[in-house]
Structures are given as C-alpha cells and as structure tokens.
Design a binder for this molecule. Structure first.
Ligand code: UDX
Ligand code: ADP
Length: 479
C-alpha cells in the first residue's frame, strides 16, 4: 500500500467542498487540491471574506479558515492538479437527463465522463480514482473503461484503480455528518487501493465504522439509502393528508409509530415534501434501473414515492387557494423560506419552487423571504423575473391578476398587505416571529400555513390570524 500524499477533488460543490475541507482538517500530512471548471465558484472559495464562500454550511467557515492555503487549495488548474495526485475524487454534478435516452429518469453522466477523460489524459503513474458523486449503479464501469483505454494507449506505465465511496452528508449538517459519520462505505476490488482509502478515514473515523463491499453493492447502497429515507417522508406526508381530513395530528401519529424501535423516530417529520439534489434523482435512477431490467413492479413501487411528493406539493398550493375563498388571483402571499431545508442556501428541488410556481400561475403576488437564498437564484428557479422592490406592488389591486414575485429583505416586509403567510423552510428565525407585530402588516382575514410545524399555535391564533398546520389542520375558522 502506497501512502497517499496528494489528493485532487474534481468538483468544488456542496459535496466536494465540505468533504475535502473535513479531510484536510483531519489529514494534515496530505495536500488537497479542490478543482472546478467554474472560475467564479473557485474565486468564491478563495475569497478573503469567509462569508462569501459559495455554499452556506454551519461550521464550514471555521474549517476553511484553518486549512485554506495550508493543506487545502482551491483552483481551476485541473490538469496540473490531476497530474500531481495519487488519489482523485470525482465529485461533479450528475443531474437527471432532460433529453435523449432515459430522459427524466437516468442521470446525465456527461460531466463524469469528461472527468474520466481528463484524468486519463493527465494522470501520471498509478492513480486511485474514487467516485464520490451520487452515481447510478455501474458508473464505475464507465470510468474504468475510459481509464483502461488510456492505459493501453499510453506508454507512461499508467495504471488506475476505481473505488466507490458514496457520500452520506446531509446539507445543513454536513460538517457534523462528515466528522462523525454513521458509517463510511468503500466499494472496490483491489485490496491495496481500498486500504489506502481506509488509512485516510482512520485519521478520524473508528475503523469499525468503515464498511467495505464490492463496488456495485456500494453504488446501489447509496441509491437505496436515499430511496428509503425519501420513502419515509412520502409515507408520513400521505398520512398527514389523511390527518388533515380526519382530525388526527400527524405529529402525534409520528411520535407513536417512531417509538417502535423497529421503525425509529427519524425522517418522520411531515413537511412540504422532500427536496434537495439527491432524493428525487436517486429514486428516479432506481426506477430507471428497475425498468431496464424489466422489473416493472419494482419501478412502479419506487416511482410512487416521487409521485406522492409531487402531488403533496400541489396539494399545498391548492389548499392555500381553497382557504383564500377559492382564489389567490390578485392576492399578496408571503412565502417564508425558499431553500429546500434550513441551514443551507441550496434550492435544488425545493418544495418552495413548485408551490410558488403554482401560486404565481394562478395570479398571486408573492413576497418571498429567505435568510440565505439570493434573489438571482429564486429568479432562476421560478423562471420569472422579480419585481425588484415593494413600492412597485403598492398599487396592486384585486383586479391585477398577473402573477409575480419579489424578494423581501425581512419577515415584516414580506408580510406587508398579505392575505396568507406560508412557512416552507424551518429557519429558526421563523419560530421566533412576533405574531402581534405581524398582524399589523397583513390584510384580514389572514391565513398562516405552517408546513414545518415550527409555529406556536397560541401566538398565531392570539394575534387574530387563522392557522393551518400541514398534516394537522387546526384553525379557528372551519371554512
Ligand atoms: C440527503 C441524505 O440525507 C444524505 O445522506 C445524502 O447524502 C444526500 O441526500 P439532503 O438532501 O442534504 O441529504 O437533506 P435531508 O436532511 O436528507 O433532507 C432531504 C429533504 O427531506 C429536505 O427537503 C427535508 O426538509 C425533507 N425532510 C427530511 C422532511 O420533510 N422530513 C424529515 O423528517 C426529514
Ligand atoms: P454536488 O451537490 O454534487 O456537489 P454541485 O453542482 O454543487 O453538485 O457541484 C458540482 C461541481 O462540479 C460544479 O461546481 C461544477 O462546475 C463542477 N464540474 C462539473 N464537471 C466538471 C469537470 N469536468 N471539471 C471540473 N469541474 C466540473
């Protein structure tokens, strides 16, 4: 086993950045080069002001402060960093394909393929390539084929080993997940290569938490893990809809079933539907795989989890409309939270996107607040330009039925003149809102929809507002 001295990570995103930062913190004798084709992103990673890092993740700034330009470097010199590395992590994006074979379900591997080709062209000697992105099963085979082709062609005695080492970090808690993982999964064939990676993790992870499997099991375990978690959320949200209709409280149901040690209490929080870059994509990958192997019942079973999630999000926008006397057209609605969960600025697949799109399409004027998501990102996600400032909407009347949105600087501004307030992300500041002051800003009768169960019912109702908790119902007006 050769001791690893130089690691290159291709892809400086939500996975590559935090993962390499934690590795650099715990492996002081290894140099880590994180490279990305996106210069703007690399410039942000190198920004003097740590609040300008391209991703927001609690605890990340502190680690970057202590490792950057010591043994952790961010650059766009991809080829040079590849050539110096004895281990390369591939951490690039693998979104769902929009067109062509497998469109809508299979992952687009063009970025992974490009990476493998770059690695094949610029590596020197023996290199261990580790797939870190969420990749559909048998991607390592694609990487291997490209690398082996380079092997045959090249006279420099190149050789490669490919390992799968899926990431299990959840955004918002990424640093803790990386520092104290439940397990580290390594899939591979070559024992020497596997041991090289184990040696790195052993710097901070107890050895008993490191699980080794064959490469295919490792890849499939990653998809399955996310599919199981997402399945729990669709399950509890489906029961939440039943609770709302029948008068049960989904939180009580979740507590009651979660105490069964066979079920467990995690991932049973009803909400606006799961988002994030992984769950939907990974399930769709699983569906694609099952269909490919003719296992249609398996494919339908997992596709149901995504379908329920989509239905649930539309159900929320319809609920808002129903409570506002059957129409949101021309009405102002405040949206609190746009990221797919708290403590991240990531909006990929956020439930807020489809809910806001539905409301805008129906003609409402949204006033959106989020402490970390930028206006330009919301604009991209909604595909509709922002109204830029509040004064422009002052003259909005009930007859102005063309939907639009603007970003508010604070919660109070977001609530000005609205008919409804919809809490979609569990940002801590939303649980501390002073509802008596908010009541002065809104248009009565006002509905507050709490999709995250974070509001104090007595305070909301005490301020004279109607309240609807997703998965629970409850209000002081049974309309
Ligand atoms: C997920 C996996 O947890 C992680 O292991 C994997 O590596 C990447 O995908 P992430 O998407 O970052 O992580 O966040 P996660 O905390 O899993 O939440 C995903 C979505 O489910 C969020 O929209 C969240 O709000 C929602 N969720 C989660 C619920 O609605 N209820 C819950 O009980 C838990
Ligand atoms: P993830 O959540 O999986 O980390 P991101 O989209 O946040 O996904 O990050 C992936 C990063 O990979 C992006 O910054 C993108 O610019 C980068 N990337 C994609 N393909 C390549 C490539 N061939 N070479 C270098 N960087 C790449």
């Amino acid at each position: 086993m050769n001791k690893i001295k130089n690691i290159c990570c291709i892809g400086a995103g939500y996975v590559g950045g935090p993962t390499m930062a934690v590795m650099a913190k715990n492996c002081k004798d290894i140099v880590f080069n994180v490279v990305d084709a996106n210069k703007e992103r690399i410039d942000s990673w190198n920004h003097k002001n740590l609040s300008k890092l391209p991703i927001f993740e609690p605890g990340l700034e502190e680690i970057i402060r202590n490792t950057r330009n010591i043994n952790l470097f961010f650059s766009t010199n991809i080829n040079e960093c590849i050539s110096k590395a004895d281990m390369i992590f591939i951490s690039v994006n693998t979104p769902t394909k929009k067109t062509g074979l497998g469109a809508g379900k299979a992952s687009d591997l063009k970025w992974v393929e490009a990476c493998a080709r770059q690695v094949a062209s610029h590596s020197k000697n023996h290199t261990i390539v580790v797939e870190k992105s969420t990749l559909p099963v048998r991607t390592a085979e694609v990487i291997k084929k490209i690398l082996n082709a380079a092997n045959i062609k090249n006279e420099n005695n190149l050789s490669f080993d490919v390992l799968s080492n899926p990431e299990f970090l959840a955004e918002g808690t990424a640093i803790n997940d990386l520092e104290n993982p439940d397990r580290v999964l390594i899939g591979g064939e070559n024992e020497k290569a596997i041991n090289s990676l184990i040696e790195i993790y052993k710097n901070w992870v107890p050895e008993k938490k490191i699980i080794c499997t064959n490469i295919w099991s490792s890849e499939l375990a990653k998809l399955t893990s996310n599919a199981f978690l997402a399945q729990r959320i669709s399950s509890i949200n489906s029961i939440g809809a039943l609770c709302e209709a029948t008068g049960a409280d989904v939180r009580e149901v979740a507590r009651a079933i979660g105490t069964d040690s066979r079920i467990g209490s995690k991932f049973l929080d009803a909400g606006p539907g799961f988002g994030g870059s992984c769950f939907k994509k990974d399930i769709l990958n699983l569906v694609y795989l099952a269909e490919y192997y003719g296992l249609n019942e398996v494919a339908n079973f997992w596709e149901g989890v995504v379908k329920l999630n989509n239905w649930h999000q539309h159900r929320i926008s319809q609920l808002v409309s129903r409570k506002l006397f059957g129409t949101v057209s021309g009405k102002k609605i405040c949206i609190l939270g746009f990221s797919f969960k708290a403590n991240t600025n990531d909006t990929r697949e956020s439930a807020a996107i489809s809910i806001c799109k539905d409301l805008i399409e129906e003609g409402s004027h949204l006033q959106i607040h989020d402490p970390k998501v930028k206006e330009s990102q919301i604009e991209k996600d909604l595909g509709v330009k922002s109204l830029k400032n509040l004064t422009k909407t002052k003259n909005n009347s009930i007859y102005d039925t063309k939907g639009n949105w603007l970003k508010a600087d604070n919660v109070y501004q977001a609530c000005q003149g609205v008919d409804a307030i919809v809490v979609l992300t569990e940002w801590i500041e939303y649980s501390k809102i002073n509802w008596k002051s908010i009541a002065k800003e809104v248009r009565f009768p006002t509905w507050v929809f709490d999709a995250r169960s974070i509001l104090n019912s007595n305070e909301v109702l005490g301020a004279g507002l109607n309240l609807w908790k997703i998965g629970y119902g409850f209000n002081n007006d049974n309309s």
